[in-house]
Design a protein around this ligand. Structure first.
Ligand code: FEO
Ligand code: CA
Ligand code: CA
Length: 726
């Protein structure tokens, strides 16, 4: 394809170093609009410097990005499937030791609970690679030594304990089991080093750290130190204990990690029949909107500590049990201290993580930075992962000063504690707008009928309610986002929706499909949008702080055999068909990685990782599709991106049985790709008398219990993984 230095948004124009492309573009803008001046410009995280230094010779104007592997087939095997010419190495599994003198994991459930404070947690999820320079500090260009920050989203209790969790009459009766589960959540920081072409982790690194549900966290930003945050752990609302259900993640230009709290609400015990009479109407509205009700998914609050002053278990009880007026004698407000983005400095193992309340409280999937430009605000795109929830954008008040790149959590205080929070509204004409969630505007007022907002702290704690008031667009379950380093366009997976919550009548331009995806030989009906899609948008004028954008749908998940007119709208083939997109990650090269967490197409294949070379918003066109529920029909106009074809979209990896493919990180040179294999074998309840029948034995094989694990993938010839500039 013709490459044009003015046309940097096409998928074939990897024709200059990204720094020079961006600077050229910004210079052009500066000339046109006088806006950017001589701003130093960088996408970060994977880092331009590394890109330039590692592949400088490959960036002549004639080079284009091409997928550099043959697609793998769909698979139901209990094995990792990767393309010829690549090697996958298991790096870091559930239970692996993280300090000197810790024994290898026995994987039979016999380690005690405290041991997990120095072992890998379960359910590896979002992660990030932070390069370590020769001075031991963050270096965005370093690719051979790094710190890998890894979320441990949840647990499979059956395999954590010798014979599953002990539950008697609905209560946890073995406290050490609960302690083990509390420690198996959170985050791991591990040092990884390149040895002989691949990576291993350093068991005894002084950087290694476990952050768990026991770790003290500072509440930071506008909702900190307010009455909403008071618990018996913190009578001034300045701190809380722990983080939980950290799903995807974010990262900052100053080398810190954001562990995002997703399905935290379900961990708290709040028996509505008992507690509701003791709570205010506003509290009840908030609990209802976030789903804080029930016994708690792991029943932690039912365990009884031997020492009555030990609140390890009782802090998971969100009921009003004390007599104070402010909540300082119980944990009635504890749920307000969860649902945030948690900033962690991986380079400072003794530092206290901070929950950044300015970024809102919801089921945070992750937080993905937009382009970082000196003199412009920092921007984070965020999704709330539940069906019919919203997409958000945070815009810092402070404008980026590159001198802050070495300031760690102090930089976080500057950029992440003070900003504007917006929610997305997608219009039927292919445009969209960001509506500010600010007390006193956009129906977010004391007079709002659904919830009488008191102040901005109340808005941030009850972000979902504020977004309701503002008229945001309900989406088909936002999961990961990613920002294209070539043009700043934002991609976000909408993993799936069902026929109850996305009815035929409620399809709209941005969530346009309603169809049946028959599953298995019986053809079991799956109606709604069971296969999901990936939406993308371009901010108006390329301005990160814009309040308007243009959008289209990059890809629709589907079986390749599905109706091409109304379901398989991206013309997927056997080499690239998929369902339920979840993880996303852009390589510096512009390659887009797509991961799946699926239950719809699993009659045919396990979950997978695909590589794509995307185009840009508007490269396809308007299309009318006809939805049907089998009886009624409804025509919907939408905007479909240009079908990628097998040239620009191929299946790269298929995981073992019953896993989700998630957590994606990369060295800045693109030569090592870290991927998380979460909860293999999770759907089959184990019979410990018949280990051969476990749902999976990955990664250890034999009759072993399955383990979530981080793998690292490298090319046998040492080249870049997935795609190359040729
Ligand atoms: Fe934890 Fe939204 O997946
Ligand atoms: Ca996810
Ligand atoms: Ca998912």
């Amino acid at each position: 394809m013709h490459t044009d230095s003015d046309d940097i948004d096409t998928n074939n124009s990897g024709n200059e170093s990204f720094a020079s492309v961006l600077n050229a573009r910004l210079t052009r803008r500066s000339l046109l609009k006088g806006s950017f001046g001589l701003a130093s410009t960088a996408f970060f995280g994977a880092g331009l410097a590394a890109c330039n230094s590692s592949s400088g010779s490959s960036e002549s104007p004639t080079k284009v990005l091409k997928l550099s592997f043959d697609a793998v087939g769909k698979s139901l095997a209990d094995a990792l499937v990767i393309p010829a010419g690549y090697t996958a190495t298991v790096l870091f599994r559930l239970g692996d030791p993280m300090a000197a003198g810790i024994a290898d994991y026995r994987n039979d459930g016999t380690e005690n609970g405290a041991a997990f404070a120095q072992r890998a947690g379960d359910h590896h999820d979002g992660m990030h690679f932070f390069g370590v320079g020769t001075d031991g500090r963050y270096n965005v260009a370093a690719g051979d030594r790094g710190l890998l920050a890894i979320n441990h989203e949840a647990i499979t209790p059956a395999y954590l304990h010798a014979a599953g969790a002990t539950i008697v009459a609905g209560a946890r009766t073995v406290n050490d089991e609960v302690v083990k589960e509390l420690n198996a959540h959170g985050v791991s920081i591990i040092e990884v080093n390149k040895n002989g072409g691949t990576f291993s982790y350093k068991r005894d690194s002084s950087f290694n750290r476990r952050i768990t549900t026991f770790t003290e966290m500072a509440m930071s930003g506008p909702a900190a130190k307010t009455p909403l945050m008071i618990t018996s752990y913190s009578s001034d609302g300045s701190k809380t204990r722990g983080t939980v259900n950290n799903c995807a993640h974010g990262y900052t230009p100053w080398g810190t990690y954001l562990a995002c709290e997703e399905n935290w609400a379900g961990y708290f015990r709040r028996v509505a029949a008992t507690d509701n009479p003791n709570r205010s109407a506003k509290e009840l509205a908030s609990f209802a909107r976030y789903g804080v009700a029930g016994n708690g998914r792991e029943l932690w609050a039912t365990a009884v500590a031997a020492d009555p002053s030990d609140t390890s278990f009782s802090r998971w009880n969100a009921m009003k049990v004390g007599t104070s007026t402010d909540g300082s004698d119980d944990f009635r407000n504890v749920a307000n201290t969860y649902g945030w983005n948690v900033e962690i400095d991986p380079f400072s193992p003794a530092s206290t993580p901070k929950k950044r309340t300015a970024m809102g409280r919801f089921a945070h999937e992750g937080a993905w930075p937009g382009p970082v430009v000196a003199g412009k605000p920092l921007v984070y795109y965020m999704g709330c992962d539940s069906r019919n929830e919203y997409i958000y954008k945070y815009v810092s008040t402070a404008v980026w000063d590159p001198a802050d790149a070495t300031r760690g959590l102090a930089a976080g205080d500057k950029y992440l504690d003070d900003g504007r929070l917006y929610v997305a509204k997608f219009a039927a004409d292919g445009t969209g707008s960001w509506i500010e969630l600010k007390f006193g505007s956009n129906n977010i007022t004391a007079g709002n009928a659904a919830y009488a907002f008191a102040d901005q702290a109340d808005v941030l704690v009850n972000t979902r309610l504020a977004a309701d008031a503002a008229g945001a667009t309900k989406m088909d379950r936002p999961e990961w986002g990613a920002v294209n380093p070539r043009n700043g366009e934002v991609y976000m997976t909408l993993t799936n929706n069902n026929s109850t919550l996305r009815t035929l009548a409620s399809t709209d331009a941005a969530n346009p499909r309603f169809y049946n995806d028959p599953k298995g030989t019986a053809g079991t009906a799956q109606r709604g949008n069971p296969n999901g899609h990936i939406i993308r948008w371009a901010e108006n004028n390329g301005d990160v702080a814009a309040t308007g954008f243009k959008w289209d749908i990059f890809l629709f998940g589907a079986r390749s055999t599905a109706d091409a007119a109304n379901v398989n709208l991206s013309n997927l083939t056997a080499a690239n068909d998929f369902s339920s997109p979840d993880g996303l990650w852009f390589a510096n090269s512009g390659l887009l990685w797509i991961q799946t967490d699926d239950g719809a197409y699993t009659d045919v294949t396990n979950c997978m990782l695909l590589a794509a070379i995307p185009g840009k918003v508007g490269d396809g066109g308007k299309r009318t599709i006809t939805n049907t529920d089998g009886a009624a029909t409804k025509a919907v106009d939408t905007y479909v991106g240009a079908p990628p074809g097998e040239t620009n979209l191929r299946r790269f990896l298929v995981g073992p049985k019953e896993c989700e493919i998630t957590g994606l990180a990369e060295t800045p040179d693109g030569k090592a790709l870290f991927v998380n294999i979460q909860h293999p074998g999770e759907e089959t309840a184990p019979n410990f008398a018949n280990p051969a029948g476990f749902g999976s034995h990955w990664p250890d094989g034999g009759n072993n219990r399955p383990r979530s694990a981080t793998i690292v993938i490298t090319r046998n010839d040492g080249g870049e993984v997935g795609g190359v500039l040729v």
